[in-house]
Design a binder for this molecule. Sequence first.
Ligand SMILES: [Zn+2]
Length: 79
Amino acid sequence: MTAEESNDARRRHSRCRDCRSGARYIDYKDFKTLQKFTTMQGKIHSRKRTGKCAYHQRKLVQAIKRARFLALLPFVSKG
Ligand SMILES: [Zn+2]
């Protein structure tokens, strides 16, 4: 195992940024923040890209979908 791999393993097991800040839920009305977790086409970034744990990724996806329903975020965009 190289030093780089062990670093990766540690990062995967460490808690995500939301865990460290103690965020219990992600605000679906805060579309400017949510927008940072979507691609130009409006797709949601993968967990690998967002760096969130499974729990907070689920919260993020739920928030983005709510924001889409309220037309705060696009379902799809040509960018
Ligand atoms: Zn988390």
